[in-house]
Design a protein around this ligand. Sequence first.
Ligand code: CA
Length: 335
Amino acid sequence: MKIITVEEHFMSKRVNDRIKEMMLKQGDVNLSMYNYVDNFVENSLITNLDEKRIAYMDKVGVDAQVVGYGNNPPMSISGHDAVELCRLANDELYEAIQKYPGRFYGYATIPVGEPKEAVKEIERCVKELGFVGVMVQGTYQGHFLDEKRFLPIFEKCAELDIPMYFHPGAVNDNVYNAYYKGDWSDNVTRTFSGYGLGWHYEVGVHIVRLILAGVLDRLPNLKIIIGHWGELMPYYFDRMDMGLNQFVTGLKHPISYYFKNNIYTNPSGMFFKDDMDFCLKTFGADHILWGQDFCYLNNEFVNTDNVKSFLEEYDIDKETKEKIAHGNAEKLFKI
Ligand code: CA
């Protein structure tokens, strides 16, 4: 069974070093976060888009990865630097795609804070580099992307018929302090605000905000991907349809309609049976993709080497399994 995974990451060492240098100059740097990122850049396969990664993919049975930027992305900075560093990141990914055709596909990294430039970069990545989507990480400096200034980015993705991946990113300082700080260590706070829980609420809220702002009524063909089995939202489809009903929202459809029609999800390495059972019922099999979150969940504590075997062993008919393993991704990304 062919496996295409859709939430996979790389980082550019050059881009990461430049961002760190800029932030050190501005005095605006959380050194413990940087030490963590630097350590990861040095000691994982995150910057590797070469033989070592291919060997790992072969070992666990992944035929192709759709790859987007990882932590500390250049989309979060502003001005000309953001434009330049996003291009650099995209060019580096493009080289790997050229070198290993059919093994890697790319999500464009875009300078979100410069929407006109972001639109140009989407055009370049899709038309010249053959990228198949866009990935954004969280908010832009604390601003959700439903603000009107960001609309051209959505319009371009809808026009080119490529999906936008909404990946989590660092929560802003106010949220961090009010929601996640407590009588526990900084490490617990960082994890709690991030991949321990906070990230997932934030992406869910982000998508509901896009719906409430009418982005999907305006662009009914826009396709969005979210990870982590729907970022908590499927548990509230019925609740949102009841509370945030059309009388309240003025939208063309109930909230769950947009999730089931415009939005796709995948496990992001959360190979948990109950979550998959639930998402098959709520999203439906046509909107489930496969994803490992490479290489964040491959260390001494966590192991996602069962990326293929989990799906092989999952009790579902062959046709549905093939859709989830690769068919839905081939259709969505046109690959
Ligand atoms: Ca990820």
